[in-house]
Design a protein around this ligand. Structure first.
Ligand code: S3P
Length: 441
């Protein structure tokens, strides 16, 4: 699909969310399943794979490096692993579209290969900071060129011997951590990463699932280079970051009662639940089990009267992708909500602080952007209006949810990238009770 088309969503005001919904597979886990499955010895079967553009870009990139992959077929992907040294040089640059996760994780993994690669992406990805990964990789011995501004295209020179490092992350980022650990698999000796605050640990869990030894001691995680991966089967849970739209929607729309099925509730991802509960949300965790080393549950959410809070900074990395829709919750909550310590939001698929502040202002919500967060005085009625999502999937979906409490239609421009993470959003949201549709551009 062309990202130059202006896909427009229109959401009608009012409604409530009901029923049982299974949102698509976790994006973070889907990327990692392709990467580790490709490098494993043996055949890895993935179910629940996210058939969104981001994880499909990763899948295509590994095909371009000679990996045989069947599917996806209704979320089922079969990866015929080539082993740690089995990738082949691609014949052209690898296009990772909109996906920061694909680019940063693959940069680490490819730094250790015997061949050169070039990683490219769309306009948004080509403006995101990459020095945060290329600097530590250079310390390991990698040779990677960026633009003068430290952005993609990334030109990775293969055949450079890597050695382990002890790296303290300057920002709490699972992408940087994962990038270094993946490079560490190819490095001589031990590679250790220290996190300033806990971030999602899917890489560590999945490496262990593939039989690779990962040592964790408090904030430090280490791998020893030179090992191998054993194929295994992966059941990808539903993405809590996609479920988040329905969790907020059900909370703010009176009369709602929705159950989100088989959602991944890894404790490094559940900041959304904790923050909403602190705001007074009614959220029940049901039928908790574990699939492939990841905790999973059904999540039941009923509407409630939300109130503003000061969001604890420790929860920021645990809810980092959920702030666009949390700001909508804050707009509906009685009183003031304050977010601090979230400057990372400015370097996501868009500047999520500025773009959300502009969008909320267009609806008449009293929201003030700050350098590292937002102050929202909520609880007053807000209008409909026209929003520019700046091509950011989560901004587009957040404003569709905002319609549940708006005084008029909300029209959202530049929604094509909803397909990166949640390709059937319109259909599932419509079934649950949100009157949202695509209108002619
Ligand atoms: C991700 C880590 C986070 C998150 C992104 C997915 C991952 O990025 O925002 O959507 O899969 O590791 P940062 O590491 O930049 O915080």
């Amino acid at each position: 699909m062309s990202h130059h088309d202006n896909i427009i969503f229109q959401a009608r005001p009012g409604g409530r969310l009901q029923g049982r919904v299974r949102v698509p597979g976790d994006k973070s886990i889907s990327h990692r399943a392709i990467m580790l499955g490709a490098l494993a010895e043996g055949t890895t079967t993935v179910t629940g794979f996210l058939e969104g553009e981001d994880s499909l870009a990763t899948l295509q990139a590994f095909r371009d490096m000679g990996v045989d992959i069947d599917g996806p077929d209704a979320g089922r992907v079969v990866i015929h692993g080539v082993g740690m040294r089995g990738l082949r040089a691609p014949s052209a640059p690898l296009d990772l579209g909109n996906s920061g996760t694909a680019m940063r994780l693959m940069c680490g993994l490819l730094a250790g290969q015997g061949f050169d690669t070039t990683l490219v992406g769309d306009a948004s990805l080509s403006s995101r900071p990459m020095k945060r990964v290329t600097d530590p990789l250079a310390q390991m011995g990698a040779v990677i060129d960026t633009t003068a501004g430290g952005t993609a295209p990334l030109r990775i020179t293969g055949g450079k011997p890597l050695h382990g490092i002890d790296y303290r992350l300057p920002v709490a980022s699972a992408q940087i951590k994962s990038c270094i650990l993946l490079a560490g698999l190819y490095a001589e000796g031990r590679t250790c990463v220290t996190e300033p605050a806990p971030t999602r640990d899917h890489t560590e869990r999945m490496l262990a699932g593939f039989g690779y030894r990962v040592e964790r001691d408090g904030a430090i995680v280490c791998v020893e280079g030179g090992g191998s991966l054993r194929a295994c089967d992966i059941d990808v849970p539903a993405d809590i970051s996609s479920a988040a739209f329905f969790m907020v929607g059900a909370s703010i729309a009176e009369g709602s009662d929705i159950t989100l099925e088989h959602v991944g509730i890894n404790p490094t991802r559940t900041g959304i639940i904790e923050i909403l509960r602190q705001m007074g949300a009614d959220i029940e965790i049901l039928d908790q089990t574990e699939v492939g080393g990841e905790p999973v549950a059904d999540i039941r959410v009923r509407s409630s009267r939300l109130h503003g809070i000061e969001i604890p900074e420790a929860l920021v990395p645990l809810a980092i992708d959920e702030f666009p829709v949390l700001f909508v919750a804050a707009a509906c909550a009685e009183g003031t909500t304050v977010l601090r310590g979230a400057e990372e939001l400015r370097v996501k698929e868009s500047d999520r602080i500025q773009v959300m502040a502009d969008g909320l202002a267009a609806l008449g919500v009293d929201a003030t952007a700050t350098p590292d967060g937002m102050v929202i005085r909520g609880g007053r009625a807000y209008a409909g209006g026209r929003i520019d999502s700046h091509g950011d999937h989560r901004i587009a979906m957040a404003f569709a949810i905002a319609a549940l409490r708006a005084g008029g239609d909300i029209t959202i421009d530049d929604c094509a990238n909803v397909n990166t993470s949640f390709p059937n959003f319109l259909e599932l949201a419509g079934m649950a009770g949100l009157a949202v549709s695509q209108v002619a551009s």
